[in-house]
Design a binder for this molecule. Structure first.
Ligand SMILES: Nc1ncnc2c1ncn2[C@@H]1O[C@H](COP(=O)(O)OP(=O)(O)OP(=O)(O)O)[C@@H](O)[C@H]1O
Ligand SMILES: [Mg+2]
Length: 311
């Protein structure tokens, strides 16, 4: 069962267009499909021809779409933890915890990890709310580190957990000194931290077993080396590649300027076919106009239909 598809590749190669078209193909063939963009400069809404936000909205029969933002998520997550802290932490240490949280909210890892958190939530809904999840962008740096690191806690969560353990250690010591039984109930903050880690672990398992990454590439010589490196990084992290999508392939009968591309293009196509023989290669032709809206995407969706698993 292949339930989660990532579409990655260099800037402007057609990731968003092909992710949207694939999602449409999958929905057409009966799967309740959610397509999400994690790119800070969202264009999924433009491609689908509709406004999108963090919450999935229906855009076609059995197709939903969302654009998720790391910044919004980070603010929301930090506010949640701060709220827990206000209830769970003794007043004396609250300022220290709040300072830590304020720093964490701005730290570069937090935004990406908050995005990952939201994605984890959505991955968690695959199998119940959705039959398939399509992600416009490949797992990148931070995500790959999280997938490969044995410790899945992000630094700010680790720092917070340490603070909590210290405070709880003191509580226990004081309780012991005055002869009271220590309160061993897990507090809401630690519970939240642990459930977050468990979610990440579940997502890692799901991702590794149930997802494929489709690399999108254009048939030109220069991006080829980078695509091969990206493929190695992804497979090195335990992810599996789906078919490589070669986009904007110039038709063989092209003449004039485009015709002159053909010799170079066929050389690159041959290299791609050879290097990615195992995962497969699918070609998408250069279109006369940029497809926009689910109606215009339907033709591209038909081309991608061979990638949709039989249900
Ligand atoms: N096969 C095609 N033929 C013609 N135009 C295409 C084709 N595929 C994509 N395009 C157009 O190319 C432009 C870039 O495509 P798209 O936004 O999908 O790329 P992207 O990889 O998501 O870009 P970014 O890296 O900026 O997110 C868009 O205007 C899109 O409509
Ligand atoms: Mg894009």
């Amino acid at each position: 069962m292949l339930l989660i598809r990532f579409f990655g590749g260099k800037g402007g190669v057609g990731k968003t267009t092909l992710a949207a078209a694939f999602a449409l193909a999958s929905a057409d063939r009966g799967a309740r499909t959610l397509v999400v963009s994690t790119d800070p400069a969202h264009s999924l809404g433009d491609v689908l021809g509709t406004g999108l936000s963090d919450e999935p909205v229906p855009v076609a029969p059995r197709l939903w779409a969302a654009e998720i933002s790391g910044e919004d998520q980070a603010r929301r997550r930090v506010a949640e933890v701060a709220e827990d802290a206000r209830h769970a932490v003794p007043r004396e240490v609250l300022p220290a915890v709040e300072r830590h949280l304020a720093r964490a909210a701005d730290s570069p890892g937090t935004v990406e990890s908050a995005l990952l958190d939201r994605l984890t939530e959505l991955v968690g809904q695959v199998g119940t709310e959705w039959d398939g999840l399509v992600v416009d962008s490949a797992p990148t740096g931070h995500m790959l580190r999280l997938l490969t690191l044995p410790a899945l806690l992000t630094p700010w969560i680790e720092g917070l957990a340490r603070q909590r353990e210290k405070v709880r250690g003191l509580d226990r010591m004081v309780a012991g000194m005055v002869g009271e039984a220590a309160d061993d109930e897990p507090d809401p903050l630690l519970r939240r931290l642990h459930s977050r880690r468990e979610r990440l672990e579940r997502m890692r398992d799901r991702l590794l077993s149930r997802s494929r990454v489709h690399l999108v590439v254009v048939p030109e010589r220069l991006p080829l080396a980078e695509t091969v490196r990206a493929a190695d990084t992804l497979t090195g992290s335990g992810l599996r590649l789906g078919a490589v999508l070669v986009n904007r392939v110039v038709p063989g009968d092209a003449t004039g300027l485009l015709g002159r591309h053909l010799a170079g293009q066929s050389e690159v196509l041959a290299l791609l076919d050879e290097r990615f023989a195992d995962s497969g290669v699918l070609r998408v032709p250069l279109l006369a106009r940029t497809p926009q809206g689910t109606g215009e995407l339907a033709a591209v969706a038909d081309l991608l239909a061979p990638l949709v698993p039989e249900s």
